[in-house]
Design a protein around this ligand. Sequence first.
Ligand code: ADP
Length: 301
Amino acid sequence: MLKVHGLIKKYGDTEVVRGIDLHVRRGECFGLLGPNGAGKTTTLRLLLGLIEPDAGTIELAGIAVPQHAREARMKVGVVPQMDNLDPDFSVRENLLAYGRYFGMDKAAVAARVPALLEFAGLASKADAQIAQLSGGMKRRLTLARALVHDPDILFLDEPTTGLDPQARHLIWQGLRRLINAGKTIVLTTHFMDEAERLVDRLAILDHGRVMTEGAPRALIESHIEPAVVEVYGEGLEDWTRLHASQVCQRFESVGETLFCYTDDADRVIDALKQAPALRYVHRPSSLEDVFLKLTGRDLRD
Ligand code: ADP
């Protein structure tokens, strides 16, 4: 559904996308992860043909972009980062107006509206004004709106940013339904739990490059020791100096916490018995650990 080769985009003298290759298969849910400024949004805009690359090729649903971007966009649904629903229209009218934007006739859109409202959990809100909706409802409506022309592939830019946990779970359920129905999905996120939960494969981007790519489990297994013991509390510095390099395969001190990466957590926990004032959390390593290892812990603005 998506083939990208050697994609480059410059702003002035700065290359913000520096030779990206991507392949997304039909029916796959693919994640683009990266810290702020990594180039995720620029990449999405290139894929949709909204901006022109300086080099590289893009094929979206079999159509060359940006050469035939308009034609390609007919096969694509987009959920932007900021909701851009029309505040002057009701929920139903937003869906109808968007369908006409894709050249669908009024009856064809109207026939799809009940199913879209049901999908968004907004059947009882069909005639509500946009200002009456919660943040989660607006996001669900934006997602339903992106489906109005029954696209083959859906692009979502940070679909759950700014939502509370309940609203996030509802969006995830909706996306699961779409994945189970065979839609292809490309999403950007910086929520690792979202990526681990939803995507089949993902690419971690930084400084305009793909740092690594693969299934979440495979990335965890190939980049990180299997377990993490996070240690904090009184006496941490002394314990770190005396024990960390012996019992951790790799460790990092971050603020008041020691992250001890290991394939033998029992050994670490045994060594911690000598310092009863220290507290710890023992957990399996996660995608977030991979992300932080590859992109660092420095704050990005
Ligand atoms: P992300 O979505 O991963 O946060 P972006 O794609 O928005 O990253 O930005 C990547 C880099 O490109 C950033 O350094 C950003 O400042 C720069 N950038 C993005 N859009 C423009 C633009 N229109 N003009 C100049 N620089 C831009």
